[in-house]
Design a protein around this ligand. Structure first.
Ligand SMILES: *[C@@H]1O[C@H](CO)[C@@H](O)[C@H](O)[C@H]1NC(C)=O
Length: 314
């Protein structure tokens, strides 16, 4: 593979020479070769030079890809926004902006841009799915359901869609469709990771209906399919805590936080668990980690406050 790109590069370099470095199209081709070779700074130069000669949406998209590779999402964002001034309403540019916001975990802003995408193209799958999940996480499962149904009508049939649909149906209290959606999702799963995602959501449904034994089985099945599923370890720990199995809960939480140190839940649960058994030092250390991962978490702050009061009395 590598050799091939080098060849393409040589060829394109020759052609540019022939065009006396004036041909923007070849510059884009050379830029693409550099990009594939991982020479992002070189690629950037070529795309910028090409854009100066000929303003093209495609070239903007390539240049943005370079910035994303260089871990400069804000530069890519500005590039897209400036591009939109010159190509108003261009779906690929709006979508590029939305994706970056989504990547930055700024889902509400991402959803605003995806809404603009839908104004131009009301069959845009990615936009519909994002807006759907945004509604879901804003506690509006009925509206999310509408978006997912629209994807179904458009002929999108994959595990992810049915898995989201199942959870939406459950929270929108459309129980008849909940289980059949998850069944379809399991049937359509293309790998163990996808299967694990379905069992994980089923675990949530089991918790929701108060069947904690079923929930336990679902989270176990999640781990059988994907042994690195930090959220499943965390939830199993919570179930073990309810049964009073402290050691087991502690082990699950330690696994969860080592798999996903950025998640606040395992730290928070560990803090709660340690406080319950009177280990206030460990509880405080874990609560501080939870606070670091999620500074605005009210329960963590409450716990830290309580622990500080305990220490003051001692
Ligand atoms: C999302 O992005 C918008 C626009 O840049 C900004 O105003 C807002 O504060 C961001 N929200 C979050 C939660 O980061």
């Amino acid at each position: 593979m590598m050799g091939l790109f080098w060849k393409a590069l040589d060829l394109a370099a020759l052609a540019t020479e022939h065009a006396q470095f004036k041909d923007w199209w070849w510059k884009v081709q050379i830029g693409k070769c550099y990009y594939r070779l991982g020479l992002y700074r070189e690629a950037e130069k070529q795309f910028k030079s090409a854009l100066k000669q000929q303003d093209m949406v495609d070239t903007i998209l390539y240049l943005a890809k370079v910035y994303l590779r260089l871990d400069q999402p804000v530069t890519a964002l500005n590039l897209f926004k400036q591009g939109l001034d010159r190509f108003p309403g261009e779906v690929t540019l709006i979508c590029g902006i939305a994706r970056i916001y989504e990547e930055m975990n700024n889902i509400s802003t991402a959803a605003e841009y995806y809404k603009d995408v839908l104004k131009q193209d009301n069959t845009h799958v990615e936009a519909i799915a994002c807006i759907g999940s945004n509604h879901f996480y804003s506690d509006q499962p009925e509206i999310a359901l509408r978006f997912y149904r629209r994807l179904l009508q458009m002929g999108v049939h994959n595990c992810q869609l049915f898995n989201n649909l199942g959870l939406c149906c459950f929270y929108a209290q459309q129980y008849d469709m909940t289980l059949s959606s998850f069944e379809r999702a399991l049937f359509l799963a293309e790998n163990e990771e996808e299967t694990a995602d379905v069992w994980y959501n089923l675990g949530h449904v089991a918790v929701g209906i108060g069947d904690l034994n079923l929930a336990y089985q679902c989270f176990k099945l999640t781990l059988i399919n994907n042994n690195n599923y930090a959220e499943a370890y965390n939830n199993l720990a919570v179930l073990e805590m309810r049964k009073g199995h402290i050691e087991q809960a502690r082990a699950f939480l330690q696994t969860a936080s080592s798999l996903a140190p950025h998640m606040y839940e395992p730290h928070f649960n560990f803090a709660i668990l340690s406080e319950k058994v009177g280990d206030l030092q460990r509880s405080y250390a874990a609560a501080k980690k939870s606070e670091e991962a999620f500074p605005g978490h009210v329960d963590t702050q409450q716990l830290i406050k309580e622990l500080k009061q305990h220490f003051a009395v001692l």
